[in-house]
Each structure stands twice: as C-alpha cells, then as structure tokens.
Design a protein around this ligand. Structure first.
Ligand SMILES: [Zn+2]
Length: 94
C-alpha cells in the first residue's frame, strides 16, 4: 500500500464517518471537513479543530509564526499550526 495521500504524513487519517479526521494512533476527533479548505500543499488544510482540546500546541522559539501541534489525548505529532495563514485574515492553517 502506498499511503493514499491523505493524512499519513501529518499523523491523522480519514475517519470512518464522513468528514471527520481522527488521530491515527488513538482515534480522537481532530478536524471536521467543514473546516477543511483547499491549499497548495499536498496534505489537508484546516482552519480549526473539532474540540477545544483536540490538539495540544507548543511554541517553537525558532518559528514564531508556527506552533507545534500534537494530539490532545495521546500526544501523537500532527504537524504545525501556521498562524495567520488561513483563508481569511487572522485564521490559522493546520
Ligand atoms: Zn491521539
């Protein structure tokens, strides 16, 4: 299997229920397809998480415009939140 694009790199995967993306390790709900939008990068982009505690964020001193994002339940690494890089001013891109 060649990892059909979505999510493998970022640590989450498509849920069995349409439109919900969950942690690849523990299955915690992370993102909704409602918050998904087209972006030039090859992996899915979202503006917000499903639950306030869906992800844990940690600042990286060498990247002031990005936060390291991990699963809020199990700590699985998910990638980054890019501040002010969403479709509208002030929104984030996950
Ligand atoms: Zn998890």
């Amino acid at each position: 299997e060649k990892g059909r694009g979505i999510g493998r790199r970022a640590g989450f995967q498509n849920h069995f229920e349409p439109g919900i993306y969950v942690c690849a390790k523990c299955g915690y709900e992370l993102f909704s397809s409602h918050a998904k939008y087209a972006h030039s990068t090859p992996w899915p982009a979202f503006t917000e998480t499903i639950h306030a505690d869906s992800v844990a964020k940690r600042a990286e001193h060498n990247r002031p415009q990005a936060l390291k994002v991990s699963c809020g339940r199990c700590g699985n690494g998910l990638g980054h939140e890019f501040l002010n890089d969403g479709p509208k001013p002030g929104q984030s891109r996950f």
